[in-house]
Design a protein around this ligand. Structure first.
Ligand code: NDP
Ligand code: A1CAB
Length: 270
């Protein structure tokens, strides 16, 4: 990518700021970054925090080579309507919104604008993001590689067919929330069992990090790793029996189906 390549982030909420901060950490020149943000107070905050120029969406779209759209799916139609007039062939639009299809974006932008759909996640804030990217119908290999590089600055990236995006949203997009929910529940359980909250937090967080590292570094199936912890007639077997009685496995399946279905609904509402 040339050093004179401008990237704009439109919609600097939780995910937009996560991406922006990652680009700054990865060494992108701040004079090559633009942010589209409508609230003056938020604009000042971002300018102070990152030293980036916060401009109107139209300005950002006109000046950038790559545009990351990180507004809510429900706002995507309005934002595309606002910027379509200044977009030009050769630009790259990367959408990070759940449910919004590349076909929808392509129908709202001039012909020749390349579109990539991405499902990122918030661990990008600590450069451990997981992003899945899918090209639109007029996207060159160079444009896809450019989108990949954008997301690779904050974690891992895989390429997937767009039809898998709703499922991916349910697994890795929303996934951190399920993990935090489990962590929160285990910490509370520790407190219930009489541990100080700080002790319980430290135990649970290190257990999570250690278990994640084992999964990655050993490549062993999680069921095998779980069996290794489960001594015959021991404590883990007693706990796991309760999780099965409370249908936790079925609850996870139902939860992720609900997330996948919601992603499809967001697509239908576009
Ligand atoms: N949070 C997450 O974990 C993930 C989110 N995503 C996707 O990222 C997108 C944003 O989600 P999230 O960051 O959680 O939501 P937020 O509500 O935190 O961020 C959305 C941002 O867009 C701004 N915005 C709204 N309308 C406009 C506009 N017309 N021009 C410029 N900015 C605008 C909002 O500003 P204001 O508050 O002033 O309205 C807000 O700052 C969604 O599409 C979501 O599907 C994808 C994967 C993970
Ligand atoms: O909850 C949401 O809709 C967004 C998409 C994936 C994670 N957060």
């Amino acid at each position: 990518m040339s050093t004179e390549h401008r990237t704009a982030v439109i919609g600097a909420g939780v995910m937009g700021e996560t991406l922006l901060s990652g680009l700054v950490r990865a060494g992108r020149r701040v004079d090559q970054l633009l942010v589209g943000e409508k609230r003056a107070e938020r604009a000042r905050e971002l300018e102070e925090r990152y030293g980036v120029a916060v401009v109107s969406n139209v300005d950002a779209a006109a000046r950038a080579d790559t545009l990351a759209l990180v507004v809510k799916p429900q706002d995507m139609g309005d934002v595309l309507g606002e910027i379509a007039g200044v977009l030009r062939p050769g630009q790259l639009v990367v959408s990070l919104a759940a449910g919004i299809t590349t076909a929808f974006i392509e129908s709202r932008v001039p012909a020749g604008v390349a579109v990539v759909r991405v499902m990122p996640n918030t661990p990008a804030l600590v450069d451990e993001g997981m992003a899945a990217i899918s090209p639109g119908s007029h996207c060159s290999d160079e444009h896809l590689a450019e989108a990949e590089a954008l997301l690779a600055s904050v974690g891992r990236v895989i390429r997937i067919p767009e039809r898998q995006q709703d499922a991916v949203t349910a697994i890795s997009g929303s996934g951190p929330a399920y993990i935090f929910f489990v962590v929160e529940s285990m910490i509370e359980a520790g407190v219930h069992l009489g541990l100080p909250r700080s002790t319980s937090s430290e135990l649970v967080i290190q257990t999570l990090v250690g278990s994640a590292k084992m999964l990655r570094e050993t490549g062993t199936h999680p069921a095998v790793l779980r069996e290794q912890v489960t001594s015959p007639g021991g404590t883990t077997a007693s706990a796991l029996r309760e999780l099965e009685i409370h249908r936790v496995r079925a609850a996870f399946l139902a939860a992720m189906e609900a997330a996948r279905n919601r992603s499809r609904e967001l697509a239908e509402g576009q």
